[in-house]
Design a protein around this ligand. Structure first.
Ligand SMILES: [Ca+2]
Length: 117
C-alpha cells in the first residue's frame, strides 16, 4: 500500500507508535524533514510491507538520512519512482544513506523483515 503524506515541516513530533518513515535532507537526521505515515486503519507492518511510489517534487533526490518507527524497520530505497532503478536495503535508523544513494532516493519500500533488493 502507499504511505500517506503526513507533514512537511521540520521538527514535527512523529508518534513512535505508528509505522512511519521520516526523511531528512541532510545527514545525521538534520535539515528539513518529511514524515510519511501509514494511515489508519492500516497500521500493522507485515512482511509484505508497504511502499511509496513517488515523493513530493521537492523531496525527489534530496534524502540523506532517515528514521523508521514502530515495526517497519527494514527499508529499501530506490533511485527511480515506482520502486524502480537501483536499490539499497537498510535496517533501523540510517544517519547517512551512503554515497551511492545520497540525494538519489525517489521511492521507498518498508517492511517488518529484511527483503532483498
Ligand atoms: Ca541531501
Amino acid at each position: 500500500m502507499v504511505l500517506a503524506l503526513k507533514s512537511y515541516s521540520c521538527g514535527d513530533v512523529t508518534s513512535q507508535w505508528w509505522n512511519s518513515i521520516k526523511l531528512f535532507k541532510d545527514a545525521d537526521f538534520s535539515g528539513d524533514s518529511l514524515t510519511l505515515e501509514i494511515p489508519f486503519p492500516y497500521r500493522d507492518c507485515d512482511q509484505e510491507g508497504m511502499r511509496i511510489d513517488s515523493l513530493p517534487t521537492e523531496w525527489d533526490a534530496v534524502t540523506s538520512s532517515f528514521r523508521v518507527y514502530n515495526t517497519c524497520w527494514h527499508s529499501r530505497l530506490y533511485t527511480e519512482a515506482m520502486t524502480a532503478g537501483s536499490c539499497r536495503k537498510y535496517k533501523d535508523d540510517v544517519s547517512y544513506v551512503g554515497d551511492f544513494m545520497n540525494d538519489k532516493m525517489m521511492s521507498v519500500r518498508l517492511q517488518s523483515v529484511e527483503r532483498a533488493c
